[in-house]
Ligand binder design. Structure first.
Ligand code: ZN
Length: 684
């Protein structure tokens, strides 16, 4: 195949999505790997410890494969088909191996260190360099002999442990099911939940199952488990299900307990080989928070406010349940909490997500979002032409003072047959300005809301509106970057605990009255969302906030403590102690939730689970700057909006996030705004 005829080789340009097929994948990727390897071998001989002699050539040789592989992975998410999956599988291991070869050259690593020692780089260049050096160090590049071998063996072991942990959890989750044939057993379940339970029964081989007549199958998978715990009136069945849930993957062939000890021990040993006291110290050294002590003190502040609130919420729920059940002796147990919390929520904030939909036609919401972005950041969004992967997908340009500065694809409608669930923002092209010229940033924004049917517009739930704002926030940080070096432009290299700042910041606007008025226009009457409904949405957001906070605080504390343990065999006692300090209703003695805590044992959240709360603190505090400035004062909003643009959105990964935040806010982040948003009393 001639190089130029394969669209995956057109690096640096907007992908030709109508032209790209599965047949392009293997030849393009193989060619790009070969070219990259050749160029990298050559560079190791010719590189000099200068920006132009080292960093730019590394960028030039690695970008084409990164771009093509990015496009392939994107298509796998939005236009999945067997041929594409097969092509992807066929080259995936080779792509991973090629990336590892780039990261494991001792020669390049020593040149990076030499370049760092010269000291004549600007702040952004230093960030690029520090990132590359740390990648090398954390892959053990500076280790030699037996230490290097041990490090590599631990790395292999850890990736096997993670896979095994996840597989145990999946198998254990699948191995349990309750199948009901009596309508009384599923009493209380909403129609949608009954339909899902019948679908699960059909999938399990009971072809005749219907939502009305059953049988209904309930498993430990979230979409079936959660509605049952929230709605099923049969307390004994909730208990049975709950007990199965908290002991998942904790015994028999799927027991994750021994794996937990091994994961903790391997992480600790690797961290110590790299010179850290423990894995928590290593993890934090690469994050915005910086040290375990900083996170601990934040969690302590949040706990002070949240724990009394959680105690109060518990008492209120207990009283409510006693009243509603007409059983003054009722003692709430673990399997009652979700059920009674849902009843209490219904009684306090009676409105349904479905009732809100007519107020949020997709096109109105999108226009409202673009208007907000224009007011805050001074940029204009307009439709533009580009090849897309589906007729529903739109392409937009972002203009600043009449000049196009970025572009993005927007793919919002669900297509279950070919598109994966959830919502995400991803990078198509990074912004770059170097000796080759200038390249504009291009993003993918993907959601999964209901598609328009019979010519009627897509009506969004409030949650879908929040999701769109969230992903758009990520997108803005990519699109409005002013960084010329793609390695740290936009969202690249932003510390894990700071990356959700702009996304959650944008979500906050969904709870701002004027913004929501502008976003909403009833599909039949044209009316914007009534104040009374808006007030309920805002109040419902803070419902049981103390309890929700305490759960996240407990999980974050467990995660950090486990990754500092000198003796990983002792994990169980540590978990029990922390849980006792952080809960109103201590877990049952047989609770083994740790065996299903895949975020930290099989995902990227090890010694980083606190990031959820950390990012909420940042985004609430950033949003509070607008509230303090007088959020209904347009001039003030514009001034603060521009400052947000020039700091958080423009600097991205090019400056340490603690410094970026200080530049925006004039001080370090503080948790008061988050606590107040959720109606929690600030305790000093
Ligand atoms: Zn996000």
């Amino acid at each position: 195949m001639i190089a130029s005829s394969n669209p995956l080789l057109r690096h640096g340009q907007i992908p030709q999505f109508q032209t790209i097929t599965a047949d392009h994948v293997e030849p393009a990727i193989r060619q790009l790997i070969a070219t990259q390897d050749t160029a990298f071998t050559a560079l190791q001989a010719t590189a000099t410890p200068t920006w132009e002699g080292l960093i730019e050539p590394l960028r030039r040789l690695s970008e084409p494969l990164g771009f093509a592989w990015g496009v392939v992975n994107h298509l796998l998410g939005v236009r999945n088909e067997p041929a594409l999956r097969a092509a992807h599988e066929c080259v995936q291991a080779d792509v991973v191996a090629a990336a590892m070869r780039l990261g494991q050259s001792a020669r390049i690593h020593s040149l990076l260190l030499a370049l760092q020692a010269t000291g004549d780089l600007d702040v952004v260049q230093q960030r690029v360099l520090a990132g590359l050096i740390r990648d090398g160090e954390w892959s053990g590049i500076a280790l030699t002999g037996a230490a290097r071998e041990r490090f590599n063996a631990l790395a292999v072991e850890q990736s096997e442990l993670a896979t095994c942990f996840q597989n145990h959890l999946l198998d254990a989750t699948r191995s349990f099911a309750l199948e009901f044939t009596d309508l009384a057993e599923v009493a209380g379940l909403p129609d949608t939940a009954r339909a899902q339970a019948a679908a699960a029964a059909r999938a399990a081989g009971n072809a005749a199952a219907t939502a009305e007549k059953g049988p209904w199958r309930i498993t430990l998978e979230m979409p079936l488990f959660v509605p049952f715990m929230e709605h099923a009136t049969r307390r004994d069945l909730r208990e049975q299900l709950y007990r199965a849930f908290i002991t998942r993957a904790s015994s028999g062939p799927h027991d994750n307990s021994p794996l937990i000890t091994r994961v903790l021990a391997a992480r600790r040993e690797q961290a110590q080989l790299l010179g850290y006291t423990d894995f928590a110290a290593q993890s934090l050294s690469g994050k915005m928070a910086g040290t375990v002590a900083t996170v601990d003190s934040l969690l302590a502040v949040l706990r002070k406010s949240a724990l009394p609130a959680a105690r109060r919420e518990w008492q209120e729920l207990q009283d409510f349940a006693r009243g509603e059940s007409r059983d003054p002796g009722l003692q709430l147990r673990h399997w009652d909490v979700a059920f009674w919390a849902e009843r209490q929520r219904e009684s306090r904030y009676a409105y349904s997500e479905e009732a809100l939909r007519p107020y949020f036609p997709f096109d109105r919401v999108l226009d409202g979002l673009f208007e907000l972005v224009h007011t805050l950041f001074g940029v204009t969004v307009r439709p533009a032409q580009a090849e897309t992967w589906h007729p529903d997908v739109r392409f937009f340009e972002v203009l600043d003072q009449g000049k196009v500065i970025a572009g993005f694809f927007l793919d919002v409608f669900s297509r279950p047959a070919e598109k994966r669930g959830g919502a995400w923002m991803d990078v198509c092209l990074d912004r770059c300005r170097d000796t080759r010229g200038e390249r504009l940033p291009i993003a993918y924004l993907v959601c999964n809301q209901a598609a328009p049917v019979d010519g009627k517009p897509s009506l969004m739930s409030f949650g879908e509106v929040e999701t769109l704002f969230h992903e758009f926030g990520h997108g803005l940080q990519h699109l409005l970057t002013r960084i010329d070096h793609p390695e740290v432009a936009g969202i690249n290299r932003i510390e894990w605990d700071a990356v959700e700042l702009p996304s959650q910041f944008m979500e906050n606007w969904c709870f701002h009255r004027e913004t929501v008025r502008g976003l909403s226009r009833h599909i039949d009457t044209g009316a914007s969302l009534p104040d009374e409904l808006f007030d309920k949405i805002v109040a419902a957001r803070a419902y049981r906030a103390g309890s929700q906070f305490m759960r996240q605080i407990a999980l974050a504390s467990v995660d950090l403590a486990l990754h500092q343990l000198a003796d990983p065999e002792q994990f169980s006692a540590t978990v029990q102690r922390i849980w006792a300090e952080n809960s109103v209703l201590p877990p049952l003695p047989e609770d083994r939730f740790l065996c299903s805590f895949s975020h930290i044992f099989a995902g990227g959240y090890g010694a980083g689970y606190y990031s959820y709360k950390w990012a909420e603190v940042l985004s609430a505090d950033a949003f509070a700057a607008f509230l303090e400035g007088g959020v209904d004062d347009r001039a003030a909003m514009t001034t603060i909006g521009r400052r947000f643009r020039e700091t958080v959105l423009a600097l991205g990964g090019g400056t340490h996030p603690a410094e970026v935040f200080r530049e925006f806010r004039g001080r370090d982040p503080a948790p008061q705004a988050l606590l107040e948003t959720f109606g929690l009393v600030v305790v000093n």
